[in-house]
Design a protein around this ligand. Structure first.
Ligand code: GDR
Length: 329
């Protein structure tokens, strides 16, 4: 039986990746950060699976990583944990550098010291490209535009350095924006679909956003997490862009979502400069030719299908909220 450790197992991508690995008979160990409120909702449906085990650990705590990795000595480790919110990284840059940058190094060191045959996947990001013009691929110049992206740059190069210095199997997935009904509610796509559902059920009157003109290459998290598994099952390590090759502005996402419910977004969306970033990333559109050719990876979801799934899920969620509210009154 193949074994995997996932850091960030309870995040959006971690939950889909866990499903893919369990379906393929992996034994999966998930590292969970201790928190005073529940943080396992995205994987609760897998809790009774005998091949899933959750253990406490933290990206700031090298000894916890050393002991989990040293005990399990997994075939693969998928490193997804991070302080992953770009806007928030401007408010807590040092914490972001510690968790997102040094956290990656701590995983690599724990593997080098206790389990050097473990294959390592690092969740790099299209944010590395920052202000560089699209289309972006593995050869494109990096120009990070946030403390988050700067921290991810450190993790990206640490991953390559361990591959070169110690001949470890270390791979970077340069993954463009990845969304789904499980996306955190403070990221823009989910903020939009969540608000839309609540507007329809009269639970919310408007939607306050920042810059609507930036463009992103949005894939479904089910597709991007499948690519991650393929990267560590490939016969050699490398760096791969994972993207659909299409980009849409935030405004286009709004139009698509609101028109699905026969509404005009302009009647509901308000602007607040608090949601602007001190330095913005204007346009990301990835070229995933290498992943398509070498891994045989293809995205299955179109932009329209992704938006539809998110809108439908959030309409259902808002309906439940509405029913609960009616019950209470
Ligand atoms: P991003 O995702 O920064 O691309 O990083 P996010 O959804 O936060 O922003 C996308 C774009 O939308 C604009 N925007 C807003 N964003 C948020 N969050 N909230 C708003 O109210 C809002 N209004 C407009 C932003 O300015 C931006 O241009 C995501 C994260 O998942 C990273 O961790 C990951 O590495 C990258 O995607 C790839």
């Amino acid at each position: 039986m193949k074994t995997a450790i996932i850091t960030g197992i309870n995040g959006q991508v971690g939950s889909y990746l866990t499903e893919h690995l369990l379906e393929d008979s992996y034994k999966v160990y998930g590292i969970i950060r201790r928190a005073s409120s529940l943080n396992t909702q995205r994987i609760d449906h897998l809790y009774n699976n005998p091949n899933l085990e959750l253990v406490y650990g933290d990206m700031s705590d090298a000894s916890s990583l050393l002991s989990v990795i040293g005990d399990v000595k997994p075939d693969t480790l998928f490193h997804l944990a991070a302080q992953s919110h770009v806007r928030t990284s401007f408010d807590i840059p040092e914490y972001t550098g510690d968790i997102t940058g040094l956290g990656t190094l701590r995983c690599l060191e724990a593997i080098r010291k206790t389990s050097p045959k473990t294959r390592f996947y690092n969740a790099a990001t299209s944010e590395l490209f920052g202000s560089t013009s699209p289309p972006q691929n593995e050869q494109t110049h990096f120009h990070p535009r946030s403390p988050y992206a700067v921290a991810k740059m450190y993790g990206y190069w640490a991953t390559i350095n361990y591959r070169e210095a110690y001949q470890m199997f270390c791979t970077n997935g340069i993954v463009f924006n990845t969304e789904s009904p499980r996306r955190g509610e403070t990221f823009v796509t989910r903020k939009i679909t969540r608000a839309l559902g609540r507007i329809i059920y009269d639970l919310q009157q408007d939607l306050v956003l920042g810059n609507l003109d930036s463009k992103r290459d949005w894939s479904h998290a089910k597709d991007s997490s499948r690519a991650m598994k393929m990267m560590l099952e490939h016969d050699h390590p490398g760096d791969y862009c994972i993207a659909t090759g299409e980009s849409y502005s935030i405004r286009e996402f709004l139009i698509e979502a609101f028109e699905m419910c026969n509404l005009n977004y302009q009647d509901y969306v308000k602007f607040d400069s608090r949601y602007l970033r001190p330095s913005e990333v204007d346009h990301l559109r990835g070229d995933a030719t290498r992943a398509r050719k070498e891994l045989g990876w293809e995205p299955e979801y179109s932009f329209k299908e992704l938006v539809k799934e998110m809108v439908e899920a959030d309409l259902n969620l808002a309906k439940k909220e509405y029913v609960l509210k009616i019950d209470e009154t």
